[in-house]
Design a protein around this ligand. Structure first.
Ligand code: MG
Length: 245
């Protein structure tokens, strides 16, 4: 009983505190700055038990547009698929729970842009937990919003971002959250990320939907899509595959 009262109070406090945060800057921090590490992308071909989400010729049969669920209108360039700014994100037709995901991405050459406006995209699990994609080699931003951060939660352990215009790789282990029938969190989501082969998120416990404004909190959900963000920058993706765990 005491535990239930405590949980209810904690929930109430979270709701009250969250309700007070209207400034996005309240959840952005700048120090300590993750040290830079030079590393090359790791181009792992899909293993035999993987589902290929984006392979040769950038076939988009596994994807739909987030806007209305229609066909993907991003641009094919050989084996790469490039964000079509303003068209909206794309998401997998399939829903996923616990996964191992490999994805390669390349920031566009946009030296005139800075911070969150430079090569911004993102890989979302269950459509709501973002591993940030950003050109963070030559431009600074809040550390919990730079490349390979869990957006507005956890900065990467180090900054392994390739120089602008070069390819990067992410290898991500994601454990989906588990909710009980009342929508309470039985097990939070966890994420481990290797950026260009370097460990940057080590079994991070995700605090909730990676919202732009306010503290993160969970809302119960089923397994969902993997989503790639359209943040108005022409970020390219290739060689995306997933293994269900
Ligand atoms: Mg993003």
């Amino acid at each position: 009983m005491l535990k239930q009262i405590f949980t209810a109070l904690l929930l109430l406090c979270t709701v009250v505190v969250s309700a007070q945060i209207t400034d996005p800057k309240a959840t952005e921090f700048y120090e300590p700055v993750p040290p830079k590490v030079k590393a090359d992308p790791v181009a792992v071909p899909p293993p035999s038990d993987a589902i290929v989400l984006l392979g040769k010729g950038a076939d988009t049969k596994e994807w739909v547009s987030v806007n209305g669920g229609g066909a993907v209108t991003w641009t094919k360039e050989g084996d790469a698929l490039v964000v079509n700014p303003g068209s909206g994100g794309i998401q997998t037709r399939r829903n996923f729970g616990d996964v191992q995901l490999h994805v390669e991405w390349r920031s566009p050459n946009e030296p005139d842009k800075e911070g969150q406006g430079r090569g911004n995209s993102g890989v979302f699990f269950s459509g709501r937990y973002e591993v940030q994609v950003l050109e963070s080699n030559g431009s600074d931003t809040y550390t919990n919003g730079q490349a390979a951060s869990i957006y507005k939660e956890s900065p990467p352990l180090v900054n392994a971002t390739s120089v602008m215009g070069d390819w990067n790789s992410y290898d991500i282990i994601f454990s989906a959250p588990v909710f009980d029938k009342n929508g309470m969190v039985v097990r939070p989501a966890y994420v481990t990320v290797l950026h260009n082969g370097v460990l940057v998120q080590n079994h991070w416990e995700i605090k909730g939907t990676t919202a732009y404004i306010g503290l993160h909190k969970y809302t119960a959900h089923e397994n969902g899509s993997i989503m790639l963000q359209d943040h108005s920058n022409k970020v390219a993706y290739r060689n995306i595959w997933v293994r269900e765990l």
